[in-house]
Design a protein around this ligand. Structure first.
Ligand code: UDP
Ligand code: MG
Length: 321
């Protein structure tokens, strides 16, 4: 089917977002109804909300068949919720959108235009962002670090917001890895990629639902799944330290053989060396553990999420095996 008349699914993960839902639905419909020839549907994924989120969405869905809801059996997290939504989005294109209006729905028509012009993956890149303090610093550091470490290029300053053509979405669905870092996976699938710039807004209501710890873990997922460089760096550090050790040993033995007196007793040197090497080894163990834990997750092969119920949605309720 041509993209001029194609359908669009908007996947929206929600955790305790009762305060923003109506504003979100109003702005979403306002933005999407204005796009000529576009039939759209919202696929909300309730990621174990404990407030009235699901109730509100169910009642809105009764009046508007374009609003579908998938309820997970508990809180699985932002990325698993998105995977669940993707598994239930069967339109010609899929947009992934946070519910808190940080990613303005008014940008979606630009994504659709880029798609209609031939792009299969449209990445929405933040021109600016409004977070402050620790979060802002964290995001900046992460994007800096990730750019340096990643084994292959991933668009910086982009989150999950963006559009996927059916073909790209299908490939993404087939990836079975547990620790998902969508911005990386989205680049990884390839196809024709395009970038649309936008200004990231402040959260419309309430506090962020991703705790700082979750975000930190997500950042580590990104690095561990897209880079072997930490391992290579360790190896490099090991070689450098060994060379230094060999050098100093030769120096002191040589001195001794030539009959010089021992220059110092070396208590401070010894203690610092032991601590330094111990620290290096623990860091190495931690890094190995980071990879190992993720391998363990893959081997256990638990599903990414469990669906409790579906409302106004056809399609499969099982994630890929
Ligand atoms: N969210 C979710 N499950 C979670 C945490 C967050 O579905 O465990 C949703 C949340 O409701 C929001 C989106 O994911 O729609 C992004 O969350 P948030 O705004 O807290 O994250 P941030 O903007 O800090 O990335
Ligand atoms: Mg947010």
């Amino acid at each position: 089917m041509g993209r001029e008349t194609g359908t669009l699914s908007v996947v929206i993960p929600v955790l305790n977002e009762e305060a923003v839902l109506d504003e979100l639905l109003r702005r979403l419909a306002g933005a999407l109804d204005a796009v000529p020839g576009l039939a759209w549907r919202a696929v909300f994924v309730d990621d174990g909300s404990t407030d009235r989120t699901a109730e509100i969405l169910l009642s809105r869905g009764e009046k508007d068949p374009r609003i579908g809801l998938l309820r997970l059996s508990r809180n699985f997290g932002h990325q698993p919720a998105i995977s669940a939504g993707l598994a239930h989005a069967d339109a010609d294109a899929v947009v992934i959108l946070d519910a808190d209006l940080q990613d303005p729905p008014e940008v979606i028509p630009d994504l659709v235009t880029a798609w209609r012009n031939g792009a299969d993956v449209v990445v929405a890149r933040r021109r600016s962002r409004k977070e402050r303090g620790l979060r802002r610093l964290g995001f900046a550091l992460f994007h800096r670090f990730f750019g340096l470490l990643s084994d292959f290029p991933v668009a910086a300053n982009a989150g999950v917001f963006g559009l996927l053509d059916r073909a790209a979405a299908e490939e993404l669905r087939r990836l079975t890895e547990r620790n998902r870092f969508l911005p990386g996976l989205r680049s990884w699938v390839g196809f024709r990629q395009a970038v649309v710039q936008y200004d990231r807004e402040e959260r419309a209501e309430g506090a962020p639902k991703q705790t700082f710890r979750r975000l930190a873990r997500y950042a580590m997922d990104g690095i561990f799944s897209f880079s072997y460089k930490p391992l290579r760096l360790l190896m490099g550090a090991g070689i450098v330290v060994s060379l230094i050790g060999f050098g100093t040993a030769s120096f002191f033995i040589g001195k001794r053989l030539l009959g010089y007196e021992q220059a110092f007793t070396g208590f401070t040197t010894l203690v610092s060396l032991v601590l330094f090497l111990g620290g290096l080894q623990l860091i190495a163990l931690g890094l190995l553990g980071g990879y190992l834990g993720r391998i363990y997750d893959e081997v256990k092969a638990r599903p990414l999420y469990i669906v409790k119920s579906r409302h106004g949605l056809a399609g499969s309720d099982r994630p890929p095996a």
